[in-house]
Design a binder for this molecule. Structure first.
Ligand SMILES: Cc1cc2nc3c(=O)[nH]c(=O)nc-3n(C[C@H](O)[C@H](O)[C@H](O)COP(=O)(O)OP(=O)(O)OC[C@H]3O[C@@H](n4cnc5c(N)ncnc54)[C@H](O)[C@@H]3O)c2cc1C
Ligand code: SF4
Ligand code: SF4
Length: 446
């Protein structure tokens, strides 16, 4: 693991296994080099390539330019003002959906891995870059190149941690794969898109998942150990949109724990690395399609962002059962309470202060009157924006100026957070400069 959580890039050692010289069919884990030291880094894999210096132009943690990248990838930047794009980035269609039948071992119903399967089945791509579970620790992600659609069943589910997915771009090209699909989390997808033009691919499909509160696999095991007497028996964990964490065990048992009862206060202050407390893209805005759950009220939540994303959705045909996502409750109070908790925690874990006797009542009320559906997703995006500002202010104040896009400032504006002198670029050409007008209103009732 890295130092105090900022540089987990050394977590995954260089792999020196024999590289396949001719294109194999199936699933391979080609070798990659060692990680270069970086300050804020989630080891997306770029520092392990033949050109580690590419991090300077690829990295989300240096000076991201979301308006430019959204325009390059989707043909336009997000709409601000009353649109939900202010929260979720550009999209053409937002859906609540599930795959029928749901796939075994999937994190939700398996939409993500099924899209990739269909790409291989239909011959639209030569290979898929994604993660499989480590053979000795199923929670640890291992980057793989998949060419046999049947192998994607072995990649289903969520792993906690980072692994250098983009280090496989070079082996993929050496093997002659020119049409690729990548399943990635936002910090991987940002770097991928920044370098896309240089990759000289014939086709690239990007299937993104939202991501928040990631940590190293080692640290995640500490969390599991606080949740159950036999943590090694836990095979599944998800923070659901109904304010419960769901656990599944090897013997088939399931357990639900209300968020309020999680042992957050027993986690060390640096449990979440600074990268994951401050990254600015929760919903994977540069993917062709984002497949998550947080606006889905118990089902999955899809953002189809461009024409290629529509192609990906269409590959599912009538296996996909989709509807318009619902929305309920008001997020303002929850986000304000969260902001106060983050402030009070002063860099540690945002533990909710509440007498024990009140917890059962609040845990019962939250799914009923708290933000639900799309409003829940908006609340989570705003909470993440609040965390970004407060943690950077405290731990890397100089980074605020270049790392925080203008749209993130607009999300925190209604909660009384605005840039202080030196926290935003002054040059008019800078991507992260704020527009002159005040914080936009989104027209959504609070
Ligand atoms: C660390 C993390 C945090 C997340 N947080 C949220 C959240 O807050 N809100 C939300 O809506 N969704 C979140 N997601 C996404 C969500 O958990 C599901 O992955 C998503 O809804 C897809 O479900 P599925 O059934 O379609 O996926 P599946 O068909 O089961 O496929 C999952 C795919 O994700 C890949 N994958 C698994 N773990 C990782 C990893 N660590 N890094 C990169 N790729 C991986 C797998 O290899 C597989 O290809 C998170 C995902 C991760 C990895
Ligand atoms: S581009 Fe990737 S490898 Fe490079 S510093 Fe950023 S996260 Fe780390
Ligand atoms: S929370 Fe952000 S920085 Fe951390 S792994 Fe997820 S996308 Fe990357």
């Amino acid at each position: 693991m890295g130092g105090p959580g900022e540089c987990p890039d050394r977590d995954t050692p260089a792999v020196t296994a024999d590289a396949p010289d001719s294109a194999p069919r199936g699933i391979v884990s080609p070798p990659f080099g060692p990680a270069a030291h970086r300050d804020l880094c989630t080891d997306c894999g770029i520092s392990r390539t033949a050109e580690p210096g590419a991090c300077a132009r690829a990295c989300q943690f240096i000076q991201p330019d979301y308006p430019d990248m959204e325009t390059r990838v989707h043909g336009r930047a997000r709409r601000m003002g009353a649109s939900d794009e202010r929260f979720f980035g550009p999209f053409r269609q937002m859906l609540q959906a599930r795959l029928s039948p749901a796939r075994t071992d999937a994190q939700w119903t398996g939409i993500t891995s099924r899209i990739a399967e269909r790409l291989l089945e239909t011959g639209a791509v030569d290979a898929v870059l994604t993660m499989k579970p480590h053979p000795e620790d199923a929670w640890r992600p291992v980057p793989v190149l998949v060419t046999d659609p049947a192998e994607l069943a072995n990649c289903r589910g969520m792993r906690m941690g980072y692994a250098p997915l983009l280090a496989l771009l070079e082996p993929a090209r050496r093997l002659g794969y020119r049409r690729l699909a990548v399943i990635g989390i936002p910090c991987q997808v940002y770097a991928l898109r920044r370098l896309e033009a240089e990759l000289d691919l014939d086709r690239l499909y990007v299937i993104g998942t939202p991501c928040s509160d990631n940590t190293t696999t080692e640290r995640f095991h500490e969390f599991l150990a606080l949740l159950a007497d036999e943590p090694d028996e836990i095979t599944y964990l998800e923070f659901r949109a109904d304010y419960q964490v769901e656990l599944r065990f090897r013997d088939g048992r399931r357990r639900e724990i209300p968020f309020l009862y999680l042992p957050i206060s027993r986690l060390p202050p640096d449990f979440f690395p600074l990268t994951c407390r401050t990254c600015v893209d929760y919903t994977n805005v540069l993917a062709d399609i984002t497949v998550g759950y947080m606006g889905g009220q118990g089902e999955q939540w899809l953002l189809v962002r461009n024409q290629r994303g529509k192609e990906l959705l269409d590959l599912l045909g009538d296996e996909l059962v989709a509807s318009t996502p619902g929305s309920g409750g008001r997020r303002r109070g929850s986000v304000r309470g969260f902001l106060e908790n983050v402030r009070r925690a002063a860099g540690g874990m945002p533990v909710r202060r509440m007498p024990d006797w009140l917890r059962p009542l609040v845990a019962w009320l939250m799914p009923r009157i708290g933000p639900r559906g799309v409003e829940f997703a908006r609340a989570r995006v705003e909470m993440k924006a609040v965390e970004t500002i407060l943690h950077l202010r405290r731990e890397r104040p100089r980074r605020l100026r270049h790392m925080v896009p203008a749209h993130v400032w607009s999300l925190v504006g209604p909660y009384g957070l605005s840039p202080e002198p030196g926290e935003r670029p002054e040059r008019s050409g800078s991507p992260n400069r704020l527009p002159r007008r005040g914080p936009p209103t989104d027209g959504i009732p609070r």
